[in-house]
Design a protein around this ligand. Sequence first.
Ligand code: GTP
Ligand code: MG
Length: 195
Amino acid sequence: MLVKKAEIIITAVKEEQYPPEGVPEIALAGRSNVGKSSLINTLINRKNLARTSGQPGKTQTLNFYNINDEFRFVDLPGYGYARVSRKEREKWAEMINRYLTKRQSLREVVLLVDIRHSPGEHDKMMYDWIKSIGCTGIVIATKADKLSKNQQAKQVSVILRELGVEDRSLIIPFSATKKQNKDKVWQLFDEVLEI
Ligand code: GTP
Ligand code: MG
């Protein structure tokens, strides 16, 4: 994928704010702070178009990005962020669920997990749900630069087992800082989008 154009379309909370249907969308799901916004920036060669932060809970809206007028990335707020009220968390969950269950243009939901940790309950639930709606089941194992290649391979096995991933090739160890496997991720996304 040669990215010629990348821009934010809108940060949405309500359905009325979503951009019009008709353009395929790839949504990025995962725990708060796992690296969803960083993945987008790395893929589109931009430092901070998608706002990132060391503090979990940075992305609090559904952020739609137009890529090449061809497709969209949808950066979702992370789940499992403890330092907000329960009410606030429920509001986010509802916002994410509404988008994920109703959106016609949604082509793929990609799950991001931190390569250093075993997937949690939220991750498992999300992955089961992703599979149940017929998505490919791509898992991006982020922050791979924090582990050696050996340790990465071991953790891929853990993630495979814990999430019940069908095929090892669906789990991509990824590093935003080192750009590890950027091409591989694009290749999978191109297949999803049939470009
Ligand atoms: P929320 O918006 O809070 O849900 O988080 P997010 O999933 O969008 O995470 P974000 O991209 O903001 O990254 C969180 C932190 O992890 C930031 O400090 C990033 O610099 C760091 N980070 C993200 N990806 C990587 C990576 O591949 N390697 C390393 N070492 N750090 C990373
Ligand atoms: Mg974010």
